[in-house]
Ligand binder design. Structure first.
Ligand code: F0G
Length: 446
């Protein structure tokens, strides 16, 4: 299906973003011309997915749609047990309610904001063990999302086993720039976890994109199909959380999948409490059908090749214009280094946020800040946290925009880049929530 998008004037946008308290989440979608806020739930479903919607079984218990989803998870990902949830963070909520307690330590590679939120709200601590290369946007590394095995080993040695419920590996590593994790690294994490008798969970929102990069970049995988690579990846995990709004190409949905019947039974209690009965858990039957079909399509090489090359098309254009980006270009999005783009803006004035505002004002393109606002305050000291990277992300929805839209976005960003010296001040926070503040923060321009 196609949907219209609406042009606006710079004057319109200046008023709208001011009324939105300079928070791009507060804009109405019709005030946005090209919406690159997220690739989550914003993809276009295929003809076969739409057909599956018509076959949805909405029975409360034991729906055929549940069994369709179960079969897809077993065939494609290899897990025997699963629980549907309404989206990825709900999967985190259910699983972490089962496994994480106060005082725990959860090591991983750049935990996503909701993942970290669900850890910190339980008074546990997320420790980032991503390789150093990820924090240098110009460093070239084929698997910049990797876990640093030495950093991880140190965490496992420093804390007692009882306080580490699991290691979480995010594939691809969204926060570091949609960067993949190599098969070797997944294997190494598994080996280390086995040595310390610990569980490994994959945060799998973009697992298919990760498999694509393994096929393209890692020795020994060029001749394997995406589905074969996916199957192997998950052999190194005990369980996974999934936001199906990404690599299952549905508008809403998620799940937890696991090998252990015991964990399944324990998590079922929280699933029923927070999401719904175990055979629908927050999803409609029709959506479970579309999800099962989406898992199949997202693990086809041609789909991934087209998608990832479109992201690279935009990225390469921006690199030609001299815009500083996280390279190599990742799977689902372009990540602009705001510290290099606007070096004269103090970190306390949130340079990535002002850059996202300026891009919106320039051309109605909506991106998102992945920097100090998103990083929240330290839960103990309540001081602002300034992460190593201060980025603006332009996420590309799946099967939605054409390369003509990418040209438009690139030209808009070039215009902002050319006048970057005229952007002299950032923003100040007026109001903020105690966690996940970036969604609702209210700002003032300095
Ligand atoms: N894990 C990762 C790696 C994610 O990127 C997201 C969502 C989630 C978990 C949570 O899933 O949204 O279905 O509850 N990322 C979106 C984004 C919101 O824009 O990157 P959810």
């Amino acid at each position: 299906m196609v949907e219209p998008i609406k042009k606006s004037t710079k004057e319109d946008r200046e008023k709208w973003i001011k009324d939105a308290k300079y928070n791009l989440f507060n804009l109405k979608s019709e005030q946005v011309f090209v919406d690159l806020l997220t690739d989550s739930g914003t993809g276009a479903m295929s003809d076969r997915q739409w057909s599956e919607l018509m076959l949805g079984d909405e029975s409360y218990a034991g729906a055929s749609s549940y069994y369709k989803m179960k079969a897809a998870i077993k065939t494609i990902l290899g897990f025997d047990y699963f629980l549907p949830t309404h989206q990825g963070r709900a999967a985190e909520n259910v699983l972490f309610s089962t496994m994480v307690k106060e005082g725990d330590i959860v090591p991983g590679n750049s935990h996503f904001d909701t993942t970290k939120g669900h850890i910190e709200i339980r008074k546990a601590t997320a420790i980032d063990c991503t390789i150093d290369e990820a924090f240098n946007t110009t460093a070239i590394h084929p698997f910049k999302g990797n876990v640093d095995i030495n950093k991880l080993e140190k965490v496992l040695q420093d804390y007692p086993k009882e306080r580490i419920p699991f290691i979480i590996v995010t594939i691809t590593n969204n926060t570091a720039g949609g960067q993949p994790v190599s098969m070797q690294n997944l294997k190494d994490v598994r080996t280390l976890a086995d040595r310390f008798k610990l569980k490994v969970i994959f945060d799998s929102a973009r697992f298919a994109e990760n498999a694509y990069f393994i096929k393209i970049r890692e020795e020994g995988y060029a001749d394997k199909t995406i589905k074969e690579i996916v199957k192997e990846m998950f052999t190194y995990a005990d369980a996974m959380t999934m936001s199906s709004k990404k690599d299952a190409i549905v508008n809403m949905g998620g799940f937890i999948a696991m090998r252990s019947e015991k964990l399944f039974k324990e998590a079922s209690v929280f699933n029923i409490l927070y999401e719904g009965f175990i055979t629908y858990g927050g999803m409609s039957g029709r959506d479970m059908n579309a999800l099962a079909q989406g898992l199949n399509e997202a693990t086809e090489f041609d789909f991934l090749d087209t998608r990832i090359k479109q992201v690279a098309y935009l990225g390469n254009k921006l690199l030609e214009y001299g815009v500083p980006l996280q390279v190599p270009i990742g799977g689902h999005a372009i990540f602009i280094n705001a510290l290099t783009f606007l070096p004269h803006i103090a970190r306390e004035e949130f340079p990535a946020q002002i850059l996202a505002i300026e891009l919106y004002k320039e051309a109605g393109v909506r991106g998102v800040e992945i920097g100090a606002i998103m990083a929240d305050r330290d839960p103990v000291t309540r001081e602002n946290r300034f992460p190593d990277l201060e980025l603006v992300r332009l996420a590309i929805p799946r099967r939605t925009y054409t390369n003509n839209h990418m040209d438009y976005v690139a030209a808009a960003l070039k215009n902002v880049f050319d006048r970057r010296d005229s952007i002299t001040r950032g923003v100040k926070i007026l109001n903020e929530a105690p966690v996940l503040r970036h969604f609702t923060v209210e700002l003032e321009k300095l």
